[in-house]
Design a protein around this ligand. Structure first.
Ligand code: CTP
Ligand code: C5P
Length: 371
């Protein structure tokens, strides 16, 4: 650990990773990392590096850089960060130590990517968020499962059902990227939320939608929408509502998961958990909304055949915002399905590697006990 001459110097924390299909698990690791210091630098690997060590990423490096920059606990992003974290990088960015989740990341040759910083005692761990991983989300898309979203008393899949959906391999799963289940708590929402009210002088902006697999299109839209005021509220439609207008196994991410992904975005001040499909007069009054925005994407009429934005339009408070980004949730699913074989191979390889590491760790523990 570097000797601290000036105690007042803010502690600078380094994190790095692939941050592919940025989800609330990534955001939660960055939140915990930031809490260990005052300034958070996040290094992100290039597409080439990820392909070499793990398999092709779903998102391009430019998309991944942008997504991480928009997470509210991130102060700085370093592009093209080395896959094996070294001391030179930590020193170049003046970071005191490196933080990573409590899983093990290895290179293509099976080397722990944090062995150098661990040896130098400049490594700290935070708790990995259980029940969410890129691997799991990709699995939902490939298998077209519907078990992740709200279905009344069957909201969550039970382990027996899951094994039959995902195949027997899943029974010997890795606790890190294997298919487990995210348990949403109020504590997590509080940790992610700003918890602030709009000031009386604030102009309140309201937007609503699915925000499923929160992506760069959503991000560009929210950034632009936020410029119409001072306090941005995002209304998230419920899972059955989204499934009604999108069909298939949409949404890919359930309401609880979408809440956290949107709350992690630095442009968002507040989230409505299960917003009405149509923007009602009650909602406009309750939040004292000044402007309602929607992107250039199309939207469906409500079940009563009415325009969901009829109320704000009549109040002259409706604006169409051009995100200038044509990313959609469907495009992400398409990317994955088009590269199905590669992603399946990548998922299996990653999990098999982790199971191998876990077995090894258990063996070492047993050996220590018997000594
Ligand atoms: N992370 C976490 N919780 C998760 C997923 C990731 O805390 N559910 C953390 C990782 O431990 C790491 C950081 O997020 O510190 C960046 O992760 P990344 O390199 O993208 O790794 P993966 O572990 O491969 O994430 P995923 O399996 O979701 O691709
Ligand atoms: O499709 P979804 O309901 O998730 O979209 C939420 C909001 O984001 C909508 O207003 C939509 O028009 C906007 N959006 C956008 N550009 C994109 C994707 C979504 O402006 N590429």
């Amino acid at each position: 650990m570097s000797d601290r001459v000036d105690d007042k110097k803010p502690i600078r924390v380094w994190c790095d990773g692939c941050f592919d299909m940025v989800h609330f698990g990534h955001a939660n690791s960055l939140r915990q990392a930031k809490a260990l210091g005052q300034y958070l630098v996040v290094g992100i690997h290039t597409d080439e590096e990820i392909t070499r060590h793990k398999g092709p990423p779903v998102f391009t490096q430019q998309e991944r850089y942008k997504m991480v920059r928009a997470i509210k606990w991130v102060d700085e992003v370093v592009e093209d960060a080395p896959y094996v974290t070294n001391l030179e990088t930590l020193d170049r960015y003046n970071c005191d130590f490196c933080v990573h989740g409590d899983d093990i990341t290895v290179t293509a040759d099976g080397v722990d990517t944090y062995h150098l910083v661990k040896k130098a005692n400049r490594y700290k761990e935070v708790k990995r968020t259980e029940g969410i991983s890129t691997t799991d989300v990709v699995g939902r898309m490939l298998l077209m499962t519907r078990q992740h979203f709200y279905r009344g008393d069957k909201e969550y899949i039970v382990e027996k059902e899951r094994s039959s959906v995902m195949g027997q391999d899943c029974l010997a799963k890795s606790p890190w990227t294997g298919c487990s289940q995210f348990l949403p708590t109020t504590k997590k929402i509080i940790q992610f939320s700003e918890g602030t009210e709009p000031k009386p002088t604030d102009k309140v902006v309201y937007v609503a939608g699915a925000f499923d697999i929160f992506h760069v299109g959503h991000l560009d839209f929210l950034e632009k929408a936020s410029k119409f005021g001072d306090f941005l509220i995002v209304g998230l439609h419920t899972d059955p509502v989204i499934n009604r207008y999108k069909g298939s196994n949409y949404p890919i991410m359930n309401l609880h998961e979408r809440v956290l992904s949107v709350l992690a975005c630095k442009y968002v001040s507040e989230v409505v958990i299960g917003a009405p499909y149509s923007v009602t007069t009650d909602l406009m009054n309750h939040f004292q909304v000044d402007v309602v925005c929607h992107g250039k994407t199309s939207f469906q009429l409500d079940i009563n055949g009415q325009d969901p934005y009829a109320v704000p339009k009549a109040m002259n408070k409706f604006v169409i915002v051009d995100s200038a980004n044509d990313m959609t949730t469907e495009k992400i699913v398409e990317r994955i399905i088009n590269n199905r074989l590669e992603f399946e191979a990548r998922n299996q390889k990653k999990e098999a590697k982790e199971i191998e590491i876990i077995k090894q760790l258990e063996k070492e523990k047993q050996n220590l006990r018997s000594c």
